[in-house]
Design a protein. Structure first.
Length: 322
């Protein structure tokens, strides 16, 4: 290991004696540090998911504005062409006629009528062209603003990706050290829970459309956590809940905070299987309730989708999709 991760392991190793008698306490301390790092990582992941949603919206908006500008340019070209054709037509009809002919009563009246009609058409074209230009200018300004925001969001994504890689490196270093400590107790397999669906029966039957969401989440047990993922082979927390409820026909954004903003709020005594449980004051984690104060969730980097009690993290609130 090198860099920050290696320094982290060195610092932790210096404070934890690898003697078997103290191995359990060492493991508990390492778990605490891993949880702390995972908490930081999940904040980064949810920020990334939120920026990704905004980025997609702004890219679609910029694309739509580009199409609008192309159409406005086409309409402007048509109007300019009409003005040119009208001017050329007036010249062909009236420009070559002798003055004496134009001064005759019938010709003069006809000529004036033509001028009045041409003036009306020209004024209409000028107003239309001015309106099209104004709309085009405003569309172009909006497109420039959207593109500037896209560049900013891409930079934020890159920065968050760098932070994510560093935290994941720290977690790997801590996890390796924890595994070595646990090996001293020869308990490597004893604490490893079976994450298969068969080994984790649902404590309570879900009803209605929620049954599809719960069944889907239950079938994902044991699949790895991967930030920014919504299946089918891996998930992050909001990716799991959005994929589960998609099976029930309910679309949820791939972001815990935004999911919290779309659901019907509940009290704890109203919870039923399929409802969502949100965690931390800034809503950076979410799980799907399955009854008996338990949930299925994608916990953190290095873990798999599993069943946990909902009280293992500070609860922000509860909500029902649909």
């Amino acid at each position: 290991m090198a860099g920050r991760a290696a320094a982290l392991v060195t610092a932790v190793t210096a404070t934890l004696l690898p003697a078997p008698a103290q191995a359990q306490a060492s493991i508990a301390e390492l778990d605490r540090r891993i949880d702390q790092a995972a908490h930081q990582l999940e904040t980064v992941v949810e920020q990334y998911n939120e920026i990704r949603l905004d980025l997609r919206h702004n890219q679609e908006r910029a694309g739509g504005l580009s199409e609008t500008i192309i159409e406005l340019d086409r309409q402007l070209a048509v109007r300019h062409d009409q003005v040119g054709q009208l001017a050329a037509s007036n010249y062909r009809v009236n420009g070559a006629r002798p003055v004496a002919t134009l001064l005759s009563t019938a010709s003069a009246e006809h000529f004036v009528d033509q001028l009045l009609i041409a003036d009306v058409i020209n004024r209409d074209n000028e107003r239309t062209i001015a309106g099209l230009r104004d709309t085009r200018d405003r569309s172009e300004a909006a497109r420039r603003a959207a593109n500037a925001l896209i560049e900013q969001q891409l930079l934020q994504q890159e920065q968050l990706s760098g932070t994510q890689r560093q935290i994941e490196s720290d977690i790997r270093a801590l996890t390796e050290l924890r595994d070595r400590q646990q090996a001293l107790l020869d308990r490597s397999g004893a604490d490893a829970a079976d994450r298969s669906p068969a080994a984790n029966p649902l404590p309570e039957a879900a009803t209605g459309i929620a049954a599809s969401a719960v069944a889907f989440a239950h079938a994902q047990l044991g699949k790895p956590y991967r930030w920014g993922s919504a299946g089918p082979h891996s998930y992050d927390c909001s990716g799991l809940t959005s994929a589960a409820w998609a099976k029930a026909g309910v679309r949820l954004p791939h972001n815990a905070r935004r999911q919290f903003g779309t659901v019907t709020r509940l009290g704890r005594d109203q919870l039923r299987p399929g409802d969502l449980v949100f965690f931390y004051s800034n809503v950076q984690h979410v799980g799907i309730y399955i009854g008996a104060d338990q949930m299925i969730h994608a916990p953190r980097h290095g873990e798999v989708v599993r069943v946990d009690r909902i009280d293992r993290m500070p609860i922000k609130g509860y909500g029902r999709p649909g």
